[in-house]
Design a protein around this ligand. Structure first.
Ligand code: UGA
Length: 407
């Protein structure tokens, strides 16, 4: 829809930061097999159509906004030919695929709709796409023999031939796989953040706890990093939309635990503000605070529901003088939070700081030298919101170090 983005893509420029994406774009465009257009009639004569539009949270509600998916399918319908396959990638409330399949088949009875959820992570989009963990195909009859299955197998021939598993199921199960996976990941993060709250109360260390429970294969160490909580354009809105949909289906009790997952997650942000106040001798008023990281995670310039920016805004509201920096996300951050002050790099952002908050664990922040940094600040005090720094090393260099869920 967006002419500007399409022009940028045609010139092999990605409209957002994603490692390796521009190289891949250039490589494929050089083969002449990839082109971009806003003209829907380009779909005419093609046999596989991917619908990859967003499903954000509705304004003022928990439910997902399906406007873009509905618009994309309606725009595609006039150009469908017999036997075409429409592939839905968007994260949707269960029941959407069956409804859309009705629209597709009504227009072209021999066309098929496959629900094929996307599992890539921002910051790892290229490798997750080329080497995914699994494929899930949701087809109307849930059968391996469905005609769309072999067509999609051809599309994914390379990863399938190198052993990527694929599971064929029905439409609602495929839709649920996606929301269940994201809900599980969110639950895992909130679980460890709840343990961080307990560790703080008991004087224990959540990072050692995570290492130890993670050594049990049944639990696993991944996604057990306690810190300022999850953000981004997926986990927060997906668990809320999932609860809203469960309510519509009369199954809301099944997901009430996700309300707690969300609550634990949001509590982390308040906890960081509290700890920062402690770190600043009980008052934030007029204190110069540096926030390292604005993106919701490293290797991304995405600031949607970024916990770092939400914390920065709360600190500023409470009277602190906040300075935010990030290697890639400053422009996006400025658009969302124009009231915050931004600095182009770490060195400029830490000048005369009373406290530094590491809130997004970019590699350049993990590698900071405490001795060098202390030359620029007023008080060597650091809050490690992602528990990625070596506490002993920072303390030895004269810093007051605070982690989350750590003594
Ligand atoms: C998430 C899922 O991981 C993908 O599988 C899914 O495809 C995607 O949503 C989607 O639905 O499109 P993404 O939002 O890109 O991917 O990022 P994650 O790596 O899941 O991180 C989400 C948030 O959790 C970040 O704010 C991150 O900092 C936080 N996190 C992650 C933690 O706080 N602790 C952890 O241990 C892991």
């Amino acid at each position: 829809m967006d002419e500007h983005k399409i022009k940028e893509l045609a010139a092999s420029r990605a409209p957002f930061y994603e490692p390796g994406l521009e190289d891949l774009l250039r490589e494929v465009q050089d083969t002449g097999r990839l082109s971009f257009t806003t003209d829907m009639s380009a779909a005419q004569g093609n046999s596989v159509h991917f619908v990859c539009v967003g499903t954000p949270q509705k304004k003022g509600e928990n439910a997902a906004d399906l406007t873009y998916v509905d618009a994309a399918i309606s725009a595609l319908l006039p150009f469908l030919s017999p036997g075409d396959v429409v592939v839905g990638k968007s994260t949707v409330p269960v029941g959407t695929a069956a409804r859309l399949a009705g629209l597709v088949e009504n227009k072209e009875p021999t066309a098929h709709l496959v629900w094929n959820p996307e599992f890539l992570r921002e910051g790892h989009a290229v490798s997750d796409t080329l080497e995914p963990d699994r494929f899930v195909y949701g087809v109307s009859d849930g059968s391996e023999d469905h005609p769309a299955v072999s067509i999609l197998d051809e599309v994914y021939a390379a990863p399938l031939s190198s052993g990527t598993p694929r599971l064929v199921t029905d439409h609602p199960t495929a839709e649920l796989v996606k929301t269940a996976a994201n809900s599980f990941l969110a639950t895992k993060i909130s679980f460890i953040n709840a343990m961080a709250e307990l560790c703080e109360a008991a004087g224990a260390d959540v990072t050692s706890l995570a290492d130890a429970i993670g050594m049990d294969d049944r639990i696993g160490r991944k996604f057990l990093n306690a810190g300022i909580g999850f953000g981004g354009g997926c986990l927060p809105k997906d668990i809320r939309a999932f609860m809203a949909r469960a309510g519509e289906l009369g199954a809301d009790q099944a997901l009430t635990f996700l309300r707690e997952v969300d609550a634990i997650n949001m509590r982390r942000r308040g906890r960081v503000v509290e700890l920062t106040r402690d770190l600043c001798d009980g008052s934030l008023l007029g204190k110069r605070i540096t926030v390292l990281g604005a993106a919701f995670k490293p290797e991304s310039d995405d600031v949607r529901d970024s916990p770092a920016l939400s914390i920065a805004a709360q600190l500023q509201l409470q009277g602190a003088v906040v300075s935010v920096t990030d290697p890639k996300a400053i422009e996006n951050a400025r658009r969302r939070f124009p009231e915050l002050h931004y600095e182009p790099n770490t060195e400029s952002s830490v000048q005369r700081a009373d406290a530094i908050l590491l809130l997004t664990e970019w590699n350049e922040y993990r590698g900071l030298d405490p001795y060098e940094l202390s030359r620029h600040v007023t008080s060597p005090r650091i809050l490690d919101g992602r528990n990625v720094l070596d506490a002993a090393k920072w303390r030895a260099a004269g810093w007051i170090y605070r982690g989350l869920g750590r003594p």
